[in-house]
Design a protein around this ligand. Structure first.
Ligand SMILES: CC(C)(COP(=O)(O)OP(=O)(O)OC[C@H]1O[C@@H](n2cnc3c(N)ncnc32)[C@H](O)[C@@H]1OP(=O)(O)O)[C@@H](O)C(=O)NCCC(=O)NCCS
Length: 173
């Protein structure tokens, strides 16, 4: 498996991947999952960090995708991870794990302080994510509860406390 940065030529296959990963029985070509539109908006926004839009390739085929964009905790810069998705036929084989591990590695390399996401603690806990509240990071939506998760990296500081704000496209969901 190869993890590499997203390229514009990957756009259609990533849209298909996110549709498959997040689709429900109600999903149609005319009403894709919200993650598809969110991802398009993130890729076109000034919150895009091209080195943190990653695809996982297996035998030349894109089977996984993970994007992290510029977010904020109080006055400090942070990362918001998501959407992340793996093609249903390839789930459960470590691709999501590899995408998250590479995201954390690249984020550390670039001196990022904190990665934040909305996801299942049972999954993200294995990467060291904990409830944001344990780190003094307040969720933009109290109903997210324990699903609001954060990971402090080596460059985290005391400034990484307070209210979390995703990139603007998340507000438009
Ligand atoms: C979540 C997702 C990205 C994980 O990718 P993956 O390649 O399937 O994950 P991995 O193979 O690295 O890890 C699989 C492990 O995670 C667990 N897992 C996967 N998704 C989980 C979830 N939502 N909640 C809890 N555990 C989960 C699996 O049970 C498996 O556990 P095991 O190692 O004990 O067998 C992928 O399943 C997916 O695209 N899901 C649909 C879209 C989605 O929910 N995205 C995340 C929104 S936060």
């Amino acid at each position: 498996m190869l993890i590499r940065p997203f390229r514009p030529a990957d756009r259609a296959v990533v849209e298909h991947l996110l549709t498959a990963a997040f689709g429900t029985p109600a999903t149609t070509a005319d009403s894709p999952p919200i993650e598809v539109g969110l991802n398009t908006a993130l890729l076109g926004s000034d919150a895009l960090l091209p080195h943190l839009a990653l695809v996982a390739e297996l035998d030349g085929v894109v089977v996984g995708y993970c994007i992290s964009t510029r977010a904020a905790i109080g006055e400090a810069e942070a990362l918001g991870l998501g959407p992340i998705g793996v093609l249903p036929g390839h789930q459960g084989h470590g691709i999501g794990t590899a995408l998250i591990a590479e995201t954390v590695r690249v984020a550390e390399e670039h001196g990022e302080g904190v990665v934040v996401l909305l996801g299942d603690p049972a999954y993200y806990g294995r990467f060291g994510f904990v409830a944001g509240s344990e780190l003094g990071i307040a969720s933009p939506d109290a109903t997210w509860g324990e699903y609001f998760q954060a990971l402090r990296l080596a460059a985290a500081t005391d400034a990484h406390r307070g209210g979390f704000r995703y990139a603007r496209p998340f507000d438009e969901l």
